[in-house]
Design a protein around this ligand. Structure first.
Ligand code: FAD
Length: 348
């Protein structure tokens, strides 16, 4: 059994053990038993944010297959089992007249993974609507609820990703959504344009969902087995967060490299910081869509941030490509790009 069969990028060698857990008790017991025997464990969701070594994983994979969505006491409160398919959850909330997740349509993977990197897209992040995350804590060996304020959510990160990736097993996630047919205010300019509204306007949540899916499909960001550009982990690199002096240095390098009128597209990220555009930096450093080192892995032909396995790539080849891009961007702009997916058995 190769992990390539369980990852959206279709890469990864064999695991020593594999089991699927369809209840919280099974999930906790599997992890507890592995921990007791010193066996390394990989908690596997939809495999859409995972890059696994060609050599595979020398431990037990525990696939999360728990199901269930329950409503809370207050309108708009829902608790979702970790193993629920994320996009099906979004579709259901929109259909039921609940707003707050509609811009996160079309993202692959399972609900339990969404708090890990504070999944976000088109102006929404799950941290805006999560109220609590129920976890099995492998350190204390107990189940507990972590309130959103204690989750340490940031841009594509959380306490689970930063220091707790191995400590916490997410069992379920509770969201507080708005009981309304209208979307949350549309914040993302590209989405507002696609919807023909101004930033800050609201539309029907179902319309926002359709527009997001259409935009994502054009970028190869909705899984389509017939489209090799979607055989990826989504964005391979995180947009770098820059302070004023780092942005000034990037702008100076950009002007020297690309011409005196060059503008670096950057978005305010609060606290005097900006989010720099990884895709733009990669393109300006000379790595365009379709770029490849010639051994299978390549940049998507639809989105510069996605590295894809059209069919013949290896993880080693993918990582060599990622390193070439990282080094090229560092040389050109002095910015060190960091990977967004979880790397298992490989490093950048
Ligand atoms: C085409 C495509 C588009 C994407 N677009 C976006 C996007 O727009 N925005 C975005 O933020 N991400 C995006 N992603 C990345 C990815 O879909 C998300 O990060 C998703 O939440 C990962 O879910 P998963 O179930 O597949 O996690 P996996 O890949 O299975 O796991 C990822 C990590 O989380 C851990 N994990 C998973 N489930 C649990 C659990 N229950 N408890 C503890 N740890 C767990 C795993 O051990 C691993 O470390 C995209 C990926 C693809 C392939």
């Amino acid at each position: 059994m190769r992990l390539a069969d369980f990852t959206t990028i279709r890469l990864g060698g064999p695991a020593r053990g594999f089991l699927s857990a369809s209840t919280d008790d099974e999930l906790i017991e599997a992890v507890r038993a592995a921990d007791a025997s010193g066996e390394p464990v990989l908690i596997l969701g939809g495999g859409s944010n995972l890059v696994v070594a060609d050599e595979g994983f020398d431990g037990t994979v525990v696939q999360v297959a728990t199901r269930g969505i329950s409503r809370g006491d207050r309108p708009g409160m829902i608790t979702v089992a970790a193993g629920e398919d994320w996009d099906a959850v979004v579709a259901r909330t929109v259909a039921e007249g609940l707003a707050g997740l509609e811009c996160l349509s079309g993202i692959p993977g399972l609900a339990g993974a969404t708090p890990i990197q504070n999944v976000g897209a088109y102006g929404q992040e799950v941290s805006q609507t999560i109220t609590a995350v129920r976890v099995y804590d492998r350190q204390t060996r107990e189940v507990r609820d972590i309130a959103a304020a204690q989750c340490g959510f940031g841009y594509r990160t959380s306490v689970f990703k930063r220091d707790g990736r191995r400590r916490f097993v997410v069992l379920s996630v509770t969201f507080r959504l708005a009981a309304q047919a209208l979307s949350a205010p549309v914040r993302y300019a590209e989405l507002a344009t696609a919807l023909g509204v101004s930033a800050g306007d609201q539309v029907k949540a179902a319309e926002a969902r359709s527009a997001v899916i259409e935009l994502r499909q054009r970028k190869g960001m909705v899984i389509d087995p017939a489209d090799p550009d979607t055989r990826s982990v989504g964005s391979f690199f995180v947009n770098p967060v820059l302070d004023g002096s780092a942005l000034a240095a990037v702008e100076a390098a950009a002007r020297a490299r690309c011409g005196p009128d060059t503008k670096v597209p950057a978005f305010a990220a609060g606290d005097g910081l900006v989010t720099g555009p990884a895709a733009w930096l990669i393109e300006q450093a000379g790595f365009g869509r379709g770029y490849s080192l010639g051994d299978g892995a390549r940049i998507s032909s639809k989105h510069t941030l996605a590295l894809v396995n059209p069919g013949s790539a290896s993880t080693a080849g993918l990582m060599a490509l990622a390193r070439r891009i990282r080094d090229g961007v560092r040389e050109a702009f002095g910015v060190s790009l960091t990977p967004e997916p979880v790397l298992l058995g490989v490093t950048l």
